[in-house]
Unconditional design. Sequence first.
Lengths: 443, 312
Amino acid sequence: MGTTRAFVLAIVWLVAPLPLRPDTDAGGVENRRGGMAGASQDQSQEEFQKRILRLVGEHYDTVTLYRQGQIDLALQRLSTIPNVEQVSIVTAVYAIVKQKKEEMRALAGAPSAARRGTPQTAERPANQTPASARRWTVDLMPAAGALQMEAAIMATRRHNEEGYQEAARQMSVADLWFEKHLELTEADPKTNPARRWKLVMGLMMMSRGAFGRVVSLLGPECEKAPDDVALQIACGSAHEAIVMLPGDVTLALAGATARRVPEHDLFDDSRITRVRGVESPVAPARAMRDGNLKRARQAFESALKSDPRNVEARIRLGSVRLMERDDTRAVSLLSPLLLEPVGAREAYLARLFLSRARARAKQFDEAARILDQAARVMPSGQSAYVGLAHVQTQKGDSRAAADALQRMLMAPREPDDPWVTYRFAQYWVPDTLIRELRAEARR
Amino acid sequence: VTVRFSAAVLILASAAAVAAWQQPRFSSGAEAVQVDVEVRSGNRPVAGLTASDFELRDSGVPQTIRVVSFESVPVSIMLALDVSSSVKGEAIAHLEDAARAVVRALTPQDEAALLAFSERVSLKSAWTRDRDVLMRAIDRLEASGATALHDGLFTAMSLRGDASGRILVLAFTDGLDTASWLEPTAVLDAARSTDVLVYGVSVASSFTAHGANESAIMLRQRPALHRWFDTDPTLFPHMLLEKVADTTGGEMVYLNTTRDLTATFTSIIAGFKQRYLIAYTPTGAPAKGWHPIEVRVKGRRADVRARRGYSR
């Protein structure tokens, strides 16, 4: 069966109210389509449904493997199923589980009707659905969604356009699993694990510098969940990283300007996707920077509203305030961190940022003192030494500047300078979160 | 595409010159100023000029100048090379070959140092006249990591150490800065205050974030890029190396391929030695601040390139 045909049938299945009754549903579909479908289409649809039912049974085994920890094998089995059929499997499982649920209700709540032999809600007699397919229960559906998310993560690891597109397809199927599960259980939408899986995806994309994609992926989630601290920090960090690595974006803006292209699609992964008749890239580049800084600031402020002591959010908000040239607020955010028992990375970064505010205020001695502290906290921190050399230069003390550079060149190379990883928004490897999500899927 | 802004200033403090010469120096209480000037007719250097052939204005005020015979001054060459992960493979092999060619071009009086930068800035060889030491340092270069061009450039301009001659920083990069703490303005300020010359070499891929066509367009639009950089350096950092080269009186060369690195490096070193060094004691110019310099050759058509000025 061709992909297009399969897709059409999948959609038909999705919109059909009685999906497991081809004898009546096919007619209904025909009616909705103005009687255009003929007997051969009925036959094709029936074949398709049989195939899906077989896949539903097989997919139960696949998801069970996943729950048992055989992730690679489960992913390998999943990869053999075309995306449109994956969608159909969700819909079919939903129908089966719903039917089973209603059968149970009928047995429990309407014994008289059952005794009369007139099914109240079941649309398809149980004996028409293969037993292998009827093994599905509602509790298994989040695991099926989690497996799709694992496939999306695997596709993301390819870090190319094809991989990202595949990841988007897998995520849409995962979303469907989670939504159908919520619909059947009437659970609190906040329990939907999709958002946390997407956070994992976003952090993975961040690790490869695909910040625009992170914004596209997590932005809508951040708008929906302002009290999700981890999510807000991820969104803010992506916006902040876009500002700190402006090269590609501004270059493309400049290129569009240079070419005087009236309408030029610059990026798939940027909020600024169109440039119309721009004469100079300066204004759009500034708008892009200011817009990203504003979104970053809002995200970190949201995080701090929910968790006022969150050190990462405080440091990042301080950094954003510095980039916004709001040094007063930056100093008030960062200064207290110098007195708190935070980790070496955080102590180093807070001092680094604070020194920039002090140097701008021409408080060179204070800036130098703070940078010296930073170098002692993180002896491998190149930025502290080169920053110190620059501050000493601004003071006019070339000997002290030379000394700072000598210290830099003699400094240990490990661990990496936290500034570099900060700039690339590498602040969290979500291994623990992945383990938690997998554990949830096994329950 | 090649653009040359070849020239340099050596700001020499008269009394404390020797001591200060041994140290990194970003501002000067200079009494005498030396300006390294390139004079060309077409693509050929013009020889045989004397002090009376030059006209120099410091802050718009004509100065009395004299020519210094620079053949007697040894050169000190700081190789500042981008060894980030993007130069892995063929590119770093070409870069190493080019660096070796520079070492081979040194006279016994010349000296060199090797600074490598990725996300880390590393001094692979301190200033030395020992070619073997330099060659071994080149052999040890490895490509990995992000690009701290700003920090690397700042350090290269600052590490005078024991260098005793005219200092040339020959900086190579193949991309944008992604890891520096220092902002572009900090590096540019350092360039305005130092007496070293910076020559920049970049492959066009630093402009090819969105393809070769984009690269070609951007290279043709460099005057506009200079304006945009001046408006907001943090938004358009692509031009920093060229701005630094321009400011110090050095030269910026863009290549299409790293295969041309050896010829380019060799040409830069040869060109560095074919220039006039003219000196003057500023009179009538402000004591402090930025001093714009204009140099021209009287009575003949020639391309004259010198640094744009200096800070004191």
